[in-house]
Every structure is written in C-alpha cells, then in structure tokens.
Design a protein around this ligand. Structure first.
Ligand SMILES: Nc1nc2c(c(=O)[nH]1)N[C@H]1C(S)=C(S)[C@@H](COP(=O)(O)O)O[C@H]1N2
Ligand SMILES: [Mo]
Length: 293
C-alpha cells in the first residue's frame, strides 16, 4: 500500500504563498502522525547483493567503486552514537540502540540512481526518518536538517587522500526529511548494513541522486539556513542542493536522460524523480529545476 500524504495535493490547487503556508500545516501533521505501514516502492527486479556491496561510492575509503569493500575491514560500526543538535527541544547524544529501539524495521525496495548514469534496485531495511526526527521535537524555526558522516582517518584511508572536504555532509529541506519515502537504513537484503554501504546508519532518499544518501551518520542538526553539502562544496557547477533526478537537465558534460541498471545490458530511460514523481513532485511546485538543481 502506498502512503499518500497531504503533500500530494496538486500544485495547481494552491498559490505559491499558499504552498509555503500550507507546507507548515502539512509538516505539523507529519510531526504528530507516526509514519507506519508497508510501502511498495517498486516491483523492479532487485540488483544482486554482490553488485550492491562491491560497487559503492564512499570516498572516505577511496574513490574507486571497489575501495570501500576492499578497505573497510578496519572500520568499527559499533559502538555508535549520533549527536542531535540545533533547533529542537530534545538535543543530545543518542546511542544507536536508543535510536533504533522504538522503530520496527521495514523492508523497502527502492530504485537508487547515481548521478553518473547507473542505477540499482536495493532492498533496504530501515525506518522512516520522520519517526526519528519527531522524537527530537524540531522547532518551527528549523527549515532544514543537516547530516554529518563520521570522520576516522585511521579507519578510513580515503580521508588522508583528501579528494573531498571532510567530514562528508548532506542536507534535506524539512518537508523532504519528513516525507514517508525518506528512510534511515540499517540493513540490506535482510542483513546488517555492510560497512561499504554506510554502516551502521545511512540515509536513503530514492527520488534524488545517490550522493544525497549520506553514509555512517554521526550527527543530525536542525538548522534555519540551507546547509552546504559536500559535493556542492567540491563542485557547485555540477552538484546542487536539491539533486532531484531530472532526465531533462544535462550536467555540463553529459546527458542525464538514460541510465544503466547494474546487471542489465540495455540502457533505460531515466524517469523524473527516479519514478517517484507522483509522490514527491508537489514539494517542488513552481521551482525552476534548471536553477535549483
Ligand atoms: N559519507 C559518504 N556518504 C556517501 C558518499 C560518500 O562518498 N561518503 N557517496 C555518495 C554517493 S556519490 C552515492 S552514489 C551513494 C551510493 O550509495 P551506495 O554506495 O550504498 O550504493 O552514497 C552517497 N553517500
Ligand atoms: Mo553518486
């Protein structure tokens, strides 16, 4: 069953100012209602586990797709804690056990698409990010959520090479963070999350390019201003804040109209919002996707 939320109201029904004002109402509704239930997000064939765990982007371990799988053995995903700060009533340091305790794990099969034209279908285990964020009681001033990855140069050899500015950071607008499709994943294929896929806790935002799905989260901050994400900091020409999958807007050097599903031979046409447009497009009504990419 697909969960329909108030943000699915057609953009044509509301004025731009109304959009803004009503978004606050929707947010309040999402903040009080826990997101529950089984969600079918794709019936596409799942990518082989071997491919999902050996073809990853995790620059803290190196810039080759096999590096995190090869160089991850020294990484310790336990014990783990997450610092919560910024504009909320319940800041603090929470252990992973505490974060996971009240959240029954759900299996969700998602299409994931990387900005360089490849995609996978991944059965994640996780829980809606909204259910966790509600516990921290974000204030009305919090407009964005910023996430930070752990930075352990001893265990992560790519950090010493410094291809990206670390720690890796990402951000979501509050309504994106509270959307029922957005989850925190703790496993895949029914097993604990492997190091190379972001153990022990990583974000999954299936309508956005892969780089938004930050791995090994150690900090969640509620902020008023749009945070700067790592890839945008590294190359603002290519990488924006929103990073919604958009086949109509090419990058400065290549088309984004097609993708190669890992394990398949023929190219596929890339779908707007990675195929999740019916559930998320209304959040971006009126936005110029060429400027706000
Ligand atoms: N901390 C951290 N998170 C990260 C990255 C990274 O280099 N470091 N790479 C991102 C990119 S570019 C992609 S495509 C996805 C890939 O997720 P996967 O490797 O689990 O498929 O992770 C994202 N999360
Ligand atoms: Mo990526």
């Amino acid at each position: 069953m697909l969960i329909k939320t108030p943000v699915d109201i057609a953009s044509s029904e509301i004025t731009p100012r109304g959009t803004y004002l009503r978004r606050r109402e929707f947010l309040a509704a999402l903040v009080t209602l826990p997101v529950t239930g089984k969600m079918v997000t794709t019936t596409d064939t799942q990518t082989a586990k071997q491919a999902i765990t050996s073809y990853t982007n995790y620059y803290e371990f190196g810039s080759d797709k096999g590096d995190a799988g090869r160089n991850g053995a020294a990484f310790k995903p336990a014990p783990w804690s997450v610092a919560v700060d910024g504009l909320c009533a319940k800041p603090g340091t929470y252990t992973l056990e505490d974060i996971m305790k009240p959240h029954p794990l759900e299996e969700r099969v998602y299409r994931m698409r990387c900005v360089e034209g490849w995609s996978m279908v991944i059965p994640w285990d996780g829980f809606p990010l909204a259910n966790l964020l509600r516990r921290f009681e974000p204030s009305a001033k919090a407009k964005f959520v910023e996430f930070t990855t752990v930075m352990r140069a001893q265990e992560m050899p790519g950090i010493r090479r410094g291809v990206l500015p670390y720690p890796y950071r990402e951000g979501l607008r509050m309504d994106e963070a509270m959307h029922p499709l957005t989850i925190l994943a703790t496993g895949l294929y029914g097993e604990t999350l492997p190091t190379q896929n972001g153990a022990p806790l990583r974000l999954v935002v299936p309508w956005k390019y892969g780089f938004k799905s930050i791995k090994a989260i150690v900090k969640i901050s509620f902020v008023e201003k749009q945070p700067l994400n790592t890839w945008q900091e590294a190359n603002a020409y290519y990488y924006g804040f929103y990073a919604n999958v958009n086949p109509e807007v090419p990058t400065p050097s290549y088309s984004q109209a097609t993708e190669r599903r890992i394990g398949e031979f023929f190219m596929r046409r890339t779908l707007p919002f990675n195929g999740y447009g019916d559930q998320v497009a209304s959040m971006y009504a009126g936005m110029d996707s060429r400027k706000l990419f």
